[in-house]
Design a protein around this ligand. Structure first.
Ligand code: URC
Length: 300
């Protein structure tokens, strides 16, 4: 028996990069949390302590901040592509890089009916995410772009039922034809190679996917969160060019009708207890069947 180093990767996690554009009196803000993960020829650092091939995580951090100025942040995906390509193409021992970006939205403060030029409030609706993976050199280089969102809380007060489910000796859940459906969605979607062409508009694609999700969530009369997720994923792929695979995870944020009958008070679906745990966790992967799987795009 021998003990081997069976895997390794390293990087700088959660760099809070805030970039302003101040060329005109109306400033712009981009607020990011960036993580690098480098893969390659680093076994000696672990096995013998030889750091000669290790680009310090501190240098990776500095590159993230400098690129925010040197290259700018045209989109979160574009910024992540610039960084991932740099580490793979310019740093010899690096054979693969993954850049994860969370992007926090800010909304301009309104003063006297006008958007303010340089004051914002953090908007709470969702965190936008991007994960870019570059692997290999030259012709054989693979590039994957996965966009996404998380903490996207949505709720509908009707148009959702859950009934006719399998029962066993432990089933106590009452079937319902009218319930609250709510979730804090985590979604990621993979683009095909068309997104690597110059001029691909990642921001427009992001908005279109989000719109497809919301339209399905709102308009589908849902028999289960499972069915809603399937329709959300399918709509994103059908409606947004370049999207080939969607991964969804939805905690079922249960709302239980509060028992007011004990006080002789009627409650026709009006007062609920919002429970935070435990929660059902419903997940789905929806993909085009004519596009090859890309496991590397999802490897953390
Ligand atoms: O949409 C739902 N899916 C389930 O699988 C499930 N299970 C449960 O108890 N409630 C629900 N709701």
């Amino acid at each position: 028996m021998a003990v081997v180093l069976a895997g390794h990767q390293y990087g700088k996690a959660e760099n809070r990069v805030v970039r302003f554009q101040r060329d005109t009196p109306r400033h712009e803000i981009v607020d990011l949390n960036v993580t690098s993960t480098l893969r390659g020829d680093f076994a000696d650092a672990y096995l013998t302590g030889d750091q000669s091939k290790v680009l310090p995580t501190d240098s990776q951090k500095n590159t993230m901040y400098s690129y925010a100025k040197e290259k700018g942040v045209s989109s979160v995906e574009g910024y992540a592509l610039d960084l991932a390509r740099h580490f793979v193409d310019d740093v010899d021992p690096v054979h693969g890089a993954r850049i994860d970006v969370d992007s926090y939205a800010w909304t301009r403060v309104v003063v006297d009916g006008h958007d303010h030029d340089h004051t914002w409030t953090r908007s709470g609706s969702e965190v936008r995410t991007a994960a870019v993976t570059v692997a290999g050199e030259g012709e054989a280089q693979q590039t994957h772009v996965v966009a996404g969102l998380k903490d996207f809380t949505v709720l509908k007060s009707t148009g959702s039922e859950f009934k006719d489910f399998l029962t066993d000796a432990y089933t106590t859940l009452e079937p319902t034809e009218d319930r609250v459906m709510a979730t804090s969605l985590v979604a990621q979607w993979r683009y095909d190679a068309t997104c690597l062409a110059d001029g691909f508009d990642f921001d427009a694609a992001y908005d279109a996917v989000k719109r497809a999700f919301l339209t399905q969530f709102a308009t589908l009369h849902s028999f289960a969160l499972q069915q809603t997720l399937w329709h959300m994923g399918k709509a994103a792929i059908e409606e947004v060019p370049g999207v080939v695979e969607v991964r969804l995870a939805a905690p079922n944020k249960h709302h239980f009708l509060y028992d007011l009958a004990r006080f002789d008070v009627p409650n026709a679906g009006e007062v609920f207890h919002a429970d935070d745990r435990p929660y059902g966790l419903i997940q789905a992967v929806v993909a085009r069947d004519d596009v090859p799987a890309a496991p590397l795009a999802w490897e953390r």
